[in-house]
Design a binder for this molecule. Structure first.
Ligand code: GDP
Length: 455
């Protein structure tokens, strides 16, 4: 039988309100010992989710807070077990004493993600829904939260269940035929199975393709700022980030290492890397910085190539053009507040996206933001849970798609039913890993270990 667990759900920081959660078979007994409602009626006898005012007592029986608490009776709770929540004042002292008194009364410390793991094991959520809970807790943009909320609601799970069920039905029909090897296989069955396998393959690949965007939504976009020394790379990073994060000087070669800053642009988080200016140098330290800049640029999803529009194109600018060739790049013509001396046509011939800005005055920054959203491809996208944001799910979807595709070709070329069944079953197993219907315990453990304590 499960132990009764307790944890602070609001993290270790001090805040106006802190929440402590309890779940498990002894919840009601424990909460009645530590929380005494003002009206004298035990909290365990109250209806679920009714916030009740009362006194929270310490291990010595002294009142440590006057606050709210509620119970949730099994099975109608997050974990499916009896649960309680105490909403006390959020000082770390009160929160830790509350936990201590719960432990003294038989509760034990919850592990990371243990509440959600119990919810999954009780069938309250499928595994994709449980992963969406983690995405919701860590969402960096409203759109990422919106997508995760839809997945918590079953946007991925429901689709995968339906696909998997079609394949399960197909296998059942084929297995019936396998039992009678001498009989000719009905051509209608072959045609229908080809259609089902073909459609499933197409749908799964389409779903897997959403992952690149999903990853952007969840992890942000690595974006390197490249340019010659003094073009205004650090100033641009600061202007985009809205604070003096990188060192700005007019001595070329100040940024010798890579500086990172995350900023939010509409639906995405841009992970900006300010890099050492590209130029020919004999300084060994600067050389290392330039090598790192190039590595950063190669690993980035997007490059902002910064040019000083108040100056003519230099050899160093040509180096930037050469190094960004074939990469997703926006040319940023900085210092638009100064008279222009740059050969803009040459830049426009070389780059598809060109934006003039002044990191100093802020002019053109909005246009740059809009251009980034457009180039990244999240403009006008629906965040309805249809975007796969999770690497584990994406890998399982690709495996399922490959096995479905194999089964399709086998069915189409008239191979024996047992071969088609084997690949279809492989696809079914891969889909089951997403919903949690067929997933190894160690994988489940790894998933929940990433969660925070209290969720
Ligand atoms: P980096 O070497 O490319 O990182 O360039 P910095 O950001 O350090 O800027 C180099 C110099 O250009 C500094 O003196 C900045 O104040 C100046 N600068 C940067 N952006 C602008 C701008 O938009 N307009 C003007 N007038 N000066 C700028």
């Amino acid at each position: 039988m499960n132990q009764t667990i307790a944890a602070i759900a609001t993290g270790p920081v001090s805040g106006p309100i802190g929440i402590v959660r309890i779940s498990g078979p002894d919840t009601m007994a424990v909460i009645d010992r530590v929380f005494h409602p003002q009206d004298g009626k035990p909290l365990s006898e109250k209806p679920s989710r009714l916030l009740t005012y009362g006194s929270l007592c310490s291990r010595t029986g002294d009142v440590i807070d006057r606050c709210l608490a509620c119970v949730m009776h099994a099975p109608h709770s997050y974990t499916g077990e009896d649960m309680a929540e105490i909403q006390c004042h959020g000082s770390p002292a009160i929160l830790s004493e509350t936990l201590s008194v719960l432990f003294a009364n038989g509760a034990v410390q919850a592990g990371p993600g243990e509440f959600t793991r119990r919810a999954f094991l009780a069938g309250k959520l499928d595994l994709s829904g449980a992963e969406a809970v983690h995405d919701l807790v860590t969402a960096a943009t409203t759109q990422a939260a919106q997508n995760a909320a839809a997945q918590l609601d079953g946007a991925v799970g429901t689709r995968i269940y339906a696909l998997r069920q079609k394949l399960v039905d197909l296998v059942a029909e084929f297995l019936a035929v396998v039992d009678y090897p001498d009989e000719e296989i009905d051509s209608v069955l072959i045609d229908r199975s080809c259609e089902i396998l073909h459609d499933a393959t197409r749908d799964l690949y389409a779903l897997a393709e959403t992952y690149e965007r999903g990853r952007i939504l969840r992890e942000g976009i690595p974006c390197a700022i490249l340019g010659r020394p003094n073009a205004g790379k650090s100033s641009l990073l600061n202007a985009l980030a809205g604070e003096d994060r990188a060192i700005v000087t007019n001595v070329p070669g100040t940024t010798r290492d890579v500086i990172e800053e995350s900023i939010r642009i509409g639906p995405v988080v841009l992970r900006l890397y300010d890099t050492a200016g590209l130029r020919d140098t004999q300084d060994p330290v600067e050389k290392i910085g330039i090598d790192r800049a190039m590595k950063q640029a190669n690993d980035s999803f997007l490059i902002l190539a910064v040019f000083d529009s108040s100056d003519e194109i230099s050899d160093e600018d040509l180096m930037v053009m050469a190094r960004t060739h074939g990469k997703r790049t926006i040319a940023v013509l900085n210092k638009s507040d100064l008279p222009s001396a740059l050969n803009i046509e040459m830049i426009e011939r070389r780059f598809e996206h060109v934006v003039a800005v002044s990191a100093l005055t802020g002019e053109g920054l909005q246009e740059l933001n809009d251009c980034i959203s457009q180039v990244v491809g999240l403009d006008g996208m629906a965040f309805d849970g249809g975007v796969i944001t999770n690497a584990r799910q994406a890998a399982a979807i690709v495996r399922a798609a490959e096995r479905c595709e194999e089964a399709f070709f086998e069915a189409q070329s008239g191979m024996t039913p047992d071969v088609v069944v084997m690949d279809t079953e492989g696809a079914i197993a891969a889909l089951g890993e997403i919903t949690g219907q067929s997933v190894r315990d160690d994988i489940v453990a790894t998933i929940f270990d990433k969660f925070c304590v209290g969720k």
